[in-house]
Design a protein. Structure first.
Length: 351
């Protein structure tokens, strides 16, 4: 399951946003609020294609893919050194796949220093981890005979140099092989970061860029946390009417969930039939056997072929039989790269 940690300075609207998220949740682990333990909410990824596919397949169930949001208690300056129990808070972030950094962006009190404060704490935390790892690696490799350790130290030194200049670890150009060598460290500044700007309701329809400085984020979305908390108490129909009145396409929460999904370079494929229509998450570029393995490891081991059709073609055809008659459903082999929106039926052998 995809895990996203929500971080931010105190009083930026982070907890308001999380409470709105958890009202949309499908399950929750109930942790005490405002302690060193995080609040956790599991939320469905909105996807309008699911209902359309389920209608065609007359599915008994619809199962969306989900994201686990973890509300990390407010970080403060000095968190990496233990201020405000900071180290314990930062340890929770290590387990997430991506970080959603909430920044208060009201004209009268917003400053880019908010981003810098959190980034610096993440950098200092990583720097501490890397320095310890370099020290232990050098002790383990006194004779400089272990090539893997030598390569690992070289990578860590390169990252350390960037961190010392207050640059995130992900600014270092690393190959997949190099990333795998340091994967166990779970470096915070290697994780994808999505900046969530908490803005006034009036600014929701403002198309002007939120930020102008090129050193600040490429991945961001804007949300009015106060409005999202209000929307969370409404029915689906009331929410649609309300956002229509506000002249916005989607709720901020839907944007956050979708953006969190996209920042990790993930796509969705579907399985659809009378029993259920279900969304599955895979990394963009994954081949058919890997996608089959998401359903069951036996599907991947015994993979033979995949019957594939684009979701729109499936709906336009009206059902699976008509799709095959029109030649819209095709057989693909082991080298097929799954596309977002594919509806797939896997053929496999059981040994």
């Amino acid at each position: 399951m995809l895990k996203v940690g929500i971080v931010g300075l105190p009083n930026v609207g982070k907890s308001t946003l999380f409470k709105a998220l958890t009202k949309k949740q499908v399950n929750i682990a109930d942790y005490p609020f405002c302690t060193i333990e995080p609040n956790i909410g599991i939320v469905e990824v909105p996807d309008e294609r699911l209902k359309k596919l389920a209608t065609i397949s007359h599915s008994a169930k619809i199962i969306p893919t989900v994201i686990e949001f973890i509300d990390i208690a407010g970080l403060v300056k000095g968190a990496s050194k233990g201020e405000g129990l900071g180290n314990k808070f930062l340890s929770h972030i290590k387990e997430v796949d991506a970080i959603a950094h909430v920044v208060k962006k009201f004209k009268e009190d917003y400053s880019q220093s908010d981003i810098q404060i959190i980034n610096l704490e993440l950098i200092l935390s990583d720097l501490n981890v890397i320095e310890k790892k370099i020290e232990t690696s050098k002790k383990q490799n006194k004779n400089n005979s272990d090539k893997i350790l030598l390569k690992t130290i070289e990578i860590l030194e390169k990252i350390k140099n960037n961190l010392e200049y207050e640059k995130l670890a992900k600014s270092v150009d690393l190959s997949e092989e190099e990333k795998n060598l340091i994967k166990e460290l779970n470096l915070l500044t290697l994780k994808p970061i999505l900046y969530v700007f908490n803005i006034n309701e009036k600014e929701l329809t403002n198309s002007q860029p939120l930020i102008s400085n090129s050193q600040f984020p490429t991945f961001y979305c804007k949300i009015c946390a106060k409005l999202e908390a209000e929307l969370a108490d409404l029915s689906e129909e009331e929410t649609r009417e309300y956002i229509k009145e506000l002249k916005i396409k989607n709720t901020g929460l839907d944007q956050l969930i979708t953006a969190s999904y996209e920042i990790l370079n993930l796509i969705t494929f579907f399985t659809s039939g009378p029993q259920e229509t279900r969304a599955w998450t895979i990394i963009k570029g994954a081949k058919a056997p890997e996608a089959a393995g998401k359903i069951h490891t036996d599907f991947q081991k015994g993979f033979i072929k995949a019957e594939v059709i684009n979701w729109q073609n499936f709906i336009e055809a009206g059902d699976e039989v008509k799709a095959k008659e029109k030649g819209l459903m095709r057989l693909e082999g082991k080298d097929y790269i799954v596309q977002d929106g594919d509806v797939i039926h896997f053929k496999f052998s059981v040994n």
